[in-house]
Structure formats: C-alpha cells, structure tokens
Design a binder for this molecule. Structure first.
Ligand code: AMP
Length: 550
C-alpha cells in the first residue's frame, strides 16, 4: 500500500467521530493493506514499532522542522512559527510545496519502504547522526504528497490524532476478518503487537490466532491493580479467600530468563538489563535453570535499616554511566510475585494459586514476595500490619482463582495503601448553618499549633450528624460557658479549647488558610476530649505529611 493511500484513509478516520465508524474505516484499511498489514495496523495508532519493541525514532520537533525545511523550500524557523500559529505540525506541512508533489503528483513510497527508513533512523546514534537523520527524513518528505506529508509528520512525532488505539484495531480485526473477539484479545495480550495479530487473523483465522504464543525476550504489558480498602477488599474481589502479598515500594520488572540469557523490562517495557547487572545476577542465582521463564517482580532499594524510599531506585534505572559505582551505593533486592511463562508456553490462563506454586518451585525463597492466604478482614489487617512493620508500602490483595490479564486493571488485583494518618486539630471558629441547620453551627474551622498561636488548615462539615451538631452547638455557643470570642455575620471565632480528630484524603498547598496548607476532603471522626490543645498537631507535622505524600 502506498503511503498516500494510507494517508487518505487516515484522513477519513480522523473526520469520523463515532467509535463504530472509526472501527469500520480501520477495518477497511486492514482489508486493503495487503502485504503491509502489520505496518498499517501500527501506523494507524501512531506507532512505528510493535508495542513490545522499545526502539525509538528519536526525532524531536526541531529535527523534524529541519527535515521539512530541507524538502520544502523554507526554513526551520518559519516552520516553527507556523506550527505556533496553526497548532498542528501536520497542517503546516500539508501547506508546503514539496518537490515530489510537483513532479509525480502521487508517489510510489509504500508503507514498508517507509518502515525501513524508520528502522534506519532508529538505529542511528552518535556523531553526525543528526545530519543523516535530517537528510533521510527530508527525502521521505520530498517523495510525499501534501496529505501524505501531513500524516508522515504526525507519525514521526508520535501524534497521529486519529482517535485510534489498540482497542479500535482489535475491533477492526474482528470486523475485517470475522475472527473470534476473545482470540483476538488473547493474541494481542500474548504477542503485544496488533500488527502481527491482524496478519495472523487474516491469513490463519481462529486457528492461527490460537497458535499465537508469548515468547521469551518480547515483553508483554504488566497486569495492574485497582485501589481499595481492607473493608471493601473481599466484596471487590468477589471471593471468600484472598491472596495477600506484600506491596514492595520499588520498580516493576518483567524478567525474561532462559538458555543462559536474562533480560529485564520496565513497567513501560523499556529494556533495563544493562542498568541492573546485580539484578541479573540475582535472577541467575535464584531462578531454576531447567526451563525458560517470564516472571513478574518488584525491585526494591534497601539500606542497613530496611527498604529505602522509592526515589532511591530511580537513581539506578536507565543509567548508562557509572553503573558499577551506583550498584554499590544503592543495593537492590528482588521479589518475584508471579509467573507468565514457563517451559515452552504461557501459563497466564492458570489460576493464580497454581502460578504461585510454580513461583515457589522455581525461585529461591528469599527472592519470592511474601504471600499468604486469608479468609477474613482481621487476617488481612494482620498481614497489612506485618507488611507495614517491615517498612513496606502495604498489601496487594489478589483473587486466588484469577488468570493473568496483561495490560488490564481490574478487580482481581487490589492495592491497599494505608489511609493517611488522622490529625488532631483545634477548633478555632465556626459558621452558622443554612435552612434546616440555621440554628446550628454547621461547619468548624480547624487549626494546628504554630509558633505564635494557631494556624488554620481547613473547615470540616462532613461526618457530622444533626445530633452531633446540636451537641456541639450547645457546647460552643450555648449558655454562660460558651466559647464564642466574636461573631461577624455567620462567622464565629471560638476560643481554642476543643480538639477534633479529623480524617482527610490528602494535604495540599493552599493560599486560603493561614498555615499555607489545606486538607482535601476533611471529615469529622471524633471529639478528642482526652486531648488538650497542647496535644494537637503542629504546622511542622502538616509540612512533613505533605512532603511525604506520594
Ligand atoms: P501502583 O503503582 O500504586 O498502581 O501499584 C501497583 C504496583 O505495585 C505494581 O505495578 C507493582 O509495581 C507494585 N507491586 C509491589 N508489590 C507487588 C505485588 N506483590 N504484586 C503486584 N504488584 C506489586
């Protein structure tokens, strides 16, 4: 398929707004792409290489502008100015007059020709590579029509703007070739490449799709977790028994090992192998050598006193220089928590408890994530406390019967992060309610102890029942021993003497309150009559909690 034919279809897809219509247009593209179907399925999503392949073109806007300037009679500065005016490099490039457009009208550049040039661009690095890239890319523009140039420019920068993602291509494959949707979905999960799935669906139908397999060395997308609380975990899982694993606060690594070679991939499927030689050694010591494996794991930075904050590990990842030096400075531990492939095939369709047995068999105990089975909330809380006591982040709770779904975030994996600690705050003011609550103080201004006096951090109204409001109104404004200092319209200032325990979602910076911070979603928990205002929290504590929030 010629690139300008592709561009014509792309323009059609872009002009449609409904998902169904887009899917049908992409299905037509797949039907017409012939031997270029793999490339077409990727280009239409704005990607050049398969999802598992971490090669990059490394062409930024300025290099692209130079290539465009070289091909069309203009300057990079002028292109940049026009992009600033128009807001889309594609439209700017389309306006330009390239040589090819005048000479041939349409060009013979096919998707595969284009792909070959992209491969060559991705392989270029080092001295002089920029100039060569500008020349090669300039040549592509010279051989492209206006519409083709528009989509070429967008593709190179990875912004196709067609509204087509992996899901659209998946549905388009089903529609174009009449294959089983579940097999298409599974094919994408195991190969991590919509291009080859489209080709196999067309040429081999359902049988072809069934025979697609994961392969060691080619990363798949990691399964993800949803957030929940201990109270809701069993309901969310829809199970009577839960697998609970320590949630290690580090970096996700997908380990591909076998036949004497080990490679490590990040959560976003970048190859991390070279930056983590110590982890490679750990894998080679701790993992059985009699089979090939794909394992899911977390790598954590550790110091003498236990796990170190997540930021420490960032100093090790993707490092190109001083790798050995940093290896001594930031020590890493590995915790394997799942297996995706063993021997000669994927094991993702087995239930989790069986996959765990495989992990326990294949990996030395000290490199396996702490795993337990619990049947009630108390058991889960005990495990959570044990994880927190060892300095880890909390728990991941999993359904023991669940399969491994690459790239999916569902209810089979749940992450429990501890609730932020509650605060003890001094009530420094209040506000009369409205309507039904006009005779009650409906919200309370909260403060922390500062250097001289109290600084405010927010107001609380949530969590207060009518009954509680009556009781509090009586206490703050009633009778002779009320705490009212002054009143201004609906606002009342109280003498600081009562402490509220308050929960919240997070602490934010805020110009509104005198402490400089505000609580997000504060909620009343209790009156701490056992505490005096001297026991209340301080501005420093708020600052510390804010700094440690992630
Ligand atoms: P989050 O990054 O907050 O979405 O939490 C999920 C992440 O927790 C995963 O992507 C892993 O990197 C990490 N993690 C740590 N321990 C585990 C575990 N035992 N099981 C699954 N994920 C884990």
């Amino acid at each position: 398929m010629r690139f300008d034919e592709f561009a014509e279809i792309a323009e059609g897809v872009e002009s449609l707004s409904g998902d169904k219509d887009k899917t049908e247009e992409v299905a037509a593209l797949l039907n017409e792409a012939d031997e270029d179907i793999r490339v077409a399925a990727r280009f239409v999503q704005g990607r050049v290489f398969p999802a598992w392949d971490d090669r990059k073109l490394n062409v930024g806007p300025s290099l692209l502008y130079e290539a465009v300037a070289l091909a069309g009679d203009t300057t990079a500065e002028r292109v940049e100015e026009r992009v600033a005016e128009v807001g889309d490099v594609g439209e700017v490039v389309r306006e330009l007059d390239f040589g090819g457009q005048q000479t041939f009208g349409a060009t013979a550049e096919t998707l595969s020709d284009m792909y070959e040039t992209f491969e060559s661009l991705a392989a270029k690095e080092g001295e002089g590579s920029q100039e060569t890239k500008v020349r090669e890319l300039g040549n592509l523009f010279m051989n492209t029509s206006g519409r083709g140039a528009k989509y070429l420019a967008r593709l190179v920068l990875g912004e196709m703007r067609l509204g087509v993602g992996e899901g659209t291509v998946r549905d388009a494959v089903v529609s174009a070739f009449g294959t089983d949707p579940e097999l298409v979905e599974r094919g994408i999960m195991v190969t991590n490449d919509t291009g080859s799935v489209a080709e196999v669906a067309r040429d081999g139908g359902d049988d072809g799709l069934t025979s697609l397999e994961m392969s060691v060395g080619r990363p798949v997308k990691p399964m993800l977790a949803q957030a929940t609380t201990v109270e809701n975990a069993f309901d969310d899982l829809g199970a009577d028994e839960a697998v609970v694993q320590t949630k290690y606060d580090g970096a996700r690594v997908q380990i591909h090992t076998g036949s004497g070679e080990t490679r490590l991939f990040s959560r976003s499927l970048e190859d991390l192998t070279d930056s983590l030689p110590d982890v490679v050694e750990t894998v080679e010591e701790a993992v059985a050598e009699d089979a090939d494996f794909i394992l899911d794991a977390e790598v954590v930075a550790v110091g003498d006193g236990g796990p170190l904050p997540f930021q420490e590990i960032l100093r090790r990842l993707r490092r190109k220089y001083r790798i050995e030096e940093m290896r001594d400075e930031v020590n890493l531990e590995l915790y394997v928590f799942d297996v995706l492939y063993e021997g000669d095939g994927a094991v993702i369709d087995e239930p989790l408890h069986e996959r765990h047995e495989r992990v326990a068999e294949a990996v030395d105990e000290e490199a396996v994530a702490r795993t337990a089975y619990v049947e009630d909330t108390d058991g889960m809380r005990r495990e959570e406390n044990a994880a927190l006591d060892s300095g880890h982040e909390g728990l991941v709770v999993k359904n023991p019967e669940s399969t491994y779904s690459p790239g999916r975030r569902g209810k089979n994996w749940l992450k429990l992060k501890p609730e932020p600690e509650t605060l003890d705050l001094v009530v420094t003011g209040g506000e009369w309610g409205e309507g039904r609550r006009a005779s009650l103080v409906g919200s309370y201004l909260l403060g922390v102890r500062g250097e001289d006096g109290y600084e405010t951090v927010g107001k609380v109204a949530t969590g207060l029942t009518d009954e509680r409001l009556e009781e509090l109104t009586e206490r703050f404004v009633g009778g002779d021993d009320g705490l009212v200092v002054s009143e201004d319209g609906k606002e009342i200032e109280f003498q600081p003497s009562v402490v509220f325990e308050v929960g919240y979602e997070e602490i934010q910076r805020s110009p509104v309150y005198s402490s400089g911070y505000a609580l997000r979603f504060p909620r009343f928990l209790s009156v701490r009559d056992d505490k005096s205002v001297e026991d209340a929290d301080t501005v420093e504590r708020i600052e510390r909690l804010y700094e440690n929030d992630d």
